[in-house]
Ligand binder design. Structure first.
Ligand SMILES: Cc1cc2nc3c(=O)[nH]c(=O)nc-3n(C[C@H](O)[C@H](O)[C@H](O)COP(=O)(O)OP(=O)(O)OC[C@H]3O[C@@H](n4cnc5c(N)ncnc54)[C@H](O)[C@@H]3O)c2cc1C
Length: 594
């Protein structure tokens, strides 16, 4: 059976030594996040993750959710009790606006807590995760009345939340959406239609669920320009805040799926359900994007989190399992065989895994810090830079961290050999759970198209130019630091290749849009590796300052970082070559030949 121990030391290293969040005490909420407070919060979160959430991860997967005849859904044994602990701990409101009952702490801290929750039990984490995303969308686009009505209970964890985009005939292409909304003349609408694959769509963890639903108001234009967003509560809410009658939304079935069995993935039928417009008419996608962008970061985080827990279990097994002898002679001659961690190929899998996960954590938290700067910085220039950064990095984080999260979950499974394939060991669950993150919240290929089609050239390419300039400045500022040189050289190499790929895109994508599509995923990976190289260079710089402290953590950080430079950065060359090969070979075969 698997275990999970939150990597508190590494989390604190990133927060306090790499990003030095104490420098931001002028921002709302940061002054309350002293090093001591951060430590206390992370330690409490770690206890909940290890002692409450992880123990029901495997059992929740085996049992799954159950739909009853009346359409109600029960979560697996132990989930209700665990949710109560989560709710009572105030975790849902950690970084939310205090006006609605939140604690107003930095978003970066909420991301660190979410990492632990997702690593311990990804299926569980989706229930509060979706509610938080829905609350953010209401906070950003709701009227004062809507905010007062829904947010306090959502933030207290009393009410859940969902996002409803997908319909049977409409996934990526939301312009095909058919669900309809008929105005009632009193400010409300009757919503009808069917939504599929709705995560946390029906369950027994909360007394109410606030569904955010995309639908087309009668007479609205075709395509994405005619889509509006609606708040549709499972139970209508009375004037005094108490729960009223049951609304016309019901769970028709729950999907039998590959993983995250403990999260209810529902077909939701809307049958003249009462709803209220959230944001402006026909601008629903824009409002939903608040939720989708947050969810995309959350999904990237899921990829990284699963990678962490899979690594921990793969590494523990490799130190324990005795098979064969080290190539250089027995490492533990007194035993019948050496532990498999002596074998370079097992090391390759574990080091690839570790170098990715530690780098990804630094990159993800640094992005979350930009999330804070985006909403809280005093000056417009900083807010704009942060907004540019988030726009550019969101599709890259979502896609790359989930691709690699899945890949490393299978690597960790491989470390266990045949035992990794057997359910009892728990490793195959990580593989199954991690797989969905590459698909939902916009399939990864669509993220790559978003990057090259929209984000790259937005505002004349300001976002990528600012990012590359920041990297150049970091390299220039640290010239002369001989111990950091390998990291700076690696970063310069990755960035140079990313720049060359960006220029190739500029020269070739407009002339033939298929070039942009064909090269988009490799371009995204190349950009991700550049961001990771930067994250590693910053981490190495911080670790070098403590290298003589006698604490092995810093020594090991530098060894892992050097592995990233030697073994992972070279992947940038192959991505660049593939970017530059364009669409020709990819599009040559006629469709009927497939
Ligand atoms: C477990 C689970 C939970 C989910 N939770 C939710 C939820 O809570 N709310 C919700 O609304 N939805 C949810 N979804 C739906 C999910 O977001 C969609 O499945 C996803 O967006 C892809 O849509 P699709 O399945 O229709 O695939 P399609 O859109 O049919 O895509 C199929 C393939 O074609 C590719 N493709 C499609 N169009 C293009 C294009 N223009 N260019 C290049 N490639 C393209 C895609 O990348 C993909 O690989 C969930 C799905 C699952 C399985």
């Amino acid at each position: 059976m698997t275990t999970y121990t939150a990597p508190l030391k590494d989390m604190q290293f990133v927060l306090n030594e790499v990003l030095q969040i104490s420098k931001y005490s002028n921002l709302p909420g940061f002054a309350d996040a002293s090093e001591d407070v951060v430590s206390a919060i992370l330690e409490e979160g770690a206890k909940m993750a290890s002692n409450v959430l992880h123990p029901i991860n495997h059992s929740g997967d085996k049992e799954g959710c159950t739909r009853h005849e009346d359409g109600s859904v029960t979560t697996p044994k132990g989930f209700k009790e665990a949710y109560e602990i989560y709710k009572q701990g105030g975790w849902q409101g950690l970084s939310f606006d205090p006006e609605y009952g939140g604690q107003g702490l930095p978003y970066i801290l909420a991301v660190a807590v979410s990492e632990m929750v997702s690593a311990a039990n990804m299926a569980f984490g989706m229930y509060p995760g979706l509610a938080r995303g829905a609350a953010d969308a209401i906070h950003a686009h709701g009227t004062d009345e809507q905010k007062q009505k829904y947010l306090p209970n959502m933030i207290a964890g009393e009410w859940g939340g969902t996002m409803n985009l997908t319909e049977p005939h409409c996934g990526t292409d939301l312009g095909l959406l058919k669900s309809k909304a008929v105005p009632q003349g009193d400010g409300s609408y009757k919503i009808s239609g069917q939504k599929i694959f709705i995560s946390a769509g029906e369950h027994d963890l909360t007394e109410n669920i606030i569904h955010l639903v995309l639908a087309r108001i009668e007479g609205a234009p075709e395509g994405v320009k005619g889509i509006s967003l609606f708040i549709v509560p499972k139970f209508l809410v009375n004037e005094d805040g108490s729960l009223g009658e049951r609304n016309g939304v019901s769970c028709g079935s729950i999907e039998e799926k590959m993983g995250i069995h403990a999260n209810s993935t529902c077909v939701l039928n809307y049958d003249e359900a009462t709803g209220w417009l959230l944001g402006e008419e026909n601008k629903g996608l824009r409002a939903m994007f608040t939720m989708m962008n947050e969810a995309r970061l959350g999904v990237g985080l899921q990829g990284m989190a699963i990678s962490e827990v899979a690594y921990q279990n793969g590494a523990a097994y490799a130190k324990d399992r005795l098979q064969g002898r080290a190539l250089t002679g027995p490492a533990e001659p007194e035993k019948p065989a050496d532990p498999i961690i002596v074998h370079p190929d097992v090391r390759r899998m574990l080091m690839d895994h570790r170098a990715f996960t530690e780098g990804a954590r630094a990159w993800m938290y640094w992005s979350a810090l930009y999330g804070d700067l985006h909403t809280k910085a005093e000056d417009e220039a900083t807010r704009q830079k942060a907004d540019d950064y988030m726009g550019l990095m969101t599709p890259i984080l979502k896609s790359y961290l989930t691709e690699k999260g899945y890949w490393h979950a299978t690597n960790a499974q491989q470390v266990l050999g045949g035992h990794g394939y057997i359910q009892e060991w728990g490793m195959e669950q990580f593989v199954r759970d991690a797989r969905i993150a590459m698909i939902y919240e916009g399939a990864n290929g669509i993220q790559a198209l978003d990057l090259v089609g929209r984000k790259l050239m937005k505002d004349g390419g300001r976002a990528w130019q600012t990012f590359f300039a920041e990297v150049d400045e970091f390299i220039a500022d640290n010239q002369g630091n001989e111990e950091l040189k390998p990291f700076l050289d690696g970063l310069a190499l990755a960035k140079g290749r990313a720049l060359e790929a960006t220029q190739w895109m500029g020269a070739n994508a407009m002339a033939n849009f298929n070039n942009a599509g064909a090269s988009s995923m490799d371009y995204l990976c190349l950009f991700a590796l550049t961001a990771l190289s930067y994250a590693w260079a910053q981490s190495a710089k911080a670790a070098l300052e403590k290298k003589d402290s006698g604490d092995d953590f810093y020594k090991n950080k530098l060894i892992t970082g050097k592995y990233f430079v030697d073994r992972i950065i070279p992947e940038t060359a192959s991505h660049l070559d593939k970017v530059k090969s364009g669409a020709e070979a990819m599009m040559a075969l006629p469709a009927e030949a497939f």
